[in-house]
Design a protein around this ligand. Structure first.
Ligand SMILES: Cc1ncc(C[n+]2csc(CCOP(=O)(O)OP(=O)(O)O)c2C)c(N)n1
Ligand code: SF4
Length: 291
């Protein structure tokens, strides 16, 4: 294993999935890496001036343009004749990826830059107070999709970001989560060996926003896979039929086991109809993926 490149002493909440993911990724990428980090929890907790948790070069960029700045770094390194052996990684939240950064991401993928774009998906805008994003799952209660007399929480389904990236016909798209760290690291290694754009969608549980005890972060990231809520797969090229499941689940657990540990779904536990609806949706998705 490489030396630790994301240091302790940062200001993330205990059990933050984002910081665990960054440690796992940097242990593979190594020190010849430039990180591009837009505004969001990761940037705020790890770069409070004059301190930094990062032992690699990092550029903090605006919320919407991680992919554009990473593209520029790719071009600049090429122009300087220094492109070989340097990894350019963009680390953005789901808000910075699914929503406001989507246009820049699409441009970067279309232009074919040699950037590995990593979306750390905690399923809401956590840094500014747990507002819903287009990655927020159906029925989750957030501050802008709150549970109420006439509301079940989030009313829309999660945006299929992986399929959107695959449609750009890029070399590699994959999902991962921190409980399956070997799967995650293998995928990062594979992406880094490719000369072209890659997109990694990483589920990172957030104790504060999902409302669960800090020590359950890894347990929840495992249950997301074991229940079929977040299947682990990889896909090379634009053909969705090339999608390969990297973690087969022999006996899928009921989705209730995942939801019941999270305060944002507490109301779902009291609503059998809603729970059955969510289970049905997960079953349909798993059938589609052949899980
Ligand atoms: C153009 C713009 N709009 C809004 C903001 C305020 N803002 C800063 S961080 C953030 C939320 C970040 O959410 P996400 O990308 O999901 O990352 P997380 O904090 O959840 O890791 C928002 C809305 C901003 N900095 N710039
Ligand atoms: S709010 Fe969530 S994502 Fe942000 S630092 Fe805390 S645990 Fe991490």
């Amino acid at each position: 294993m490489n030396e630790e490149l994301f240091l302790p002493g940062h200001r993330a909440c205990a059990g933050c999935g984002e910081t665990i993911a960054v440690r796992q990724i940097l242990s593979v990428a190594g020190e010849n890496t430039i990180a591009v980090v837009p505004t969001g929890c990761l940037e705020v907790v790890s770069t409070s001036y004059p301190e930094t948790a990062w032992k690699i070069p990092l550029i903090h960029v605006a919320f919407e343009n991680a992919a554009a700045v990473a593209s520029g770094i790719d071009c600049a390194l090429k122009a300087l004749g220094k492109r070989k052996g340097i990894n350019v990684l963009a680390f953005a939240g789901d808000g910075g990826t699914f929503d406001i950064g989507l246009q820049a991401l699409s441009g970067m993928l279309e232009r074919g830059h040699n950037v590995k774009y990593i979306c750390l998906d905690n399923e809401a805008y956590m840094n500014t107070g747990i507002q819903r994003s287009s990655a927020t799952p159906y029925a989750a209660s957030t501050t802008t999709s709150p549970l109420g007399k006439y509301s079940i929480g989030e009313s829309r389904k999660k945006k299929p970001i992986g399929a959107i990236c695959i449609a750009h016909d890029i070399p590699y798209v994959a999902t991962a989560t921190i409980a399956y760290h070997l799967d995650l690291k293998k995928k990062i290694k594979k992406a880094l060996e490719i000369d072209g754009p890659c997109f990694m969608h990483i589920l990172v549980p957030c104790p504060t926003g999902w409302r669960f005890p800090s020590e359950l972060t890894i347990e929840l990231s495992r249950l997301a896979v074991e229940t079929g809520v977040f299947p682990l797969w990889e896909c090379e090229g634009s053909d969705m039929s090339n999608l390969k499941i990297t973690k087969k689940v022999a006996h899928r657990k009921p989705v209730k086991e995942y939801l019941q540990l999270q305060g944002r779904f507490a109301h779902v536990m009291r609503n059998e109809k809603l729970l059955a609806e969510i289970q049905k949706e997960v079953d349909e998705k798993c059938a589609k993926y052949g899980l």
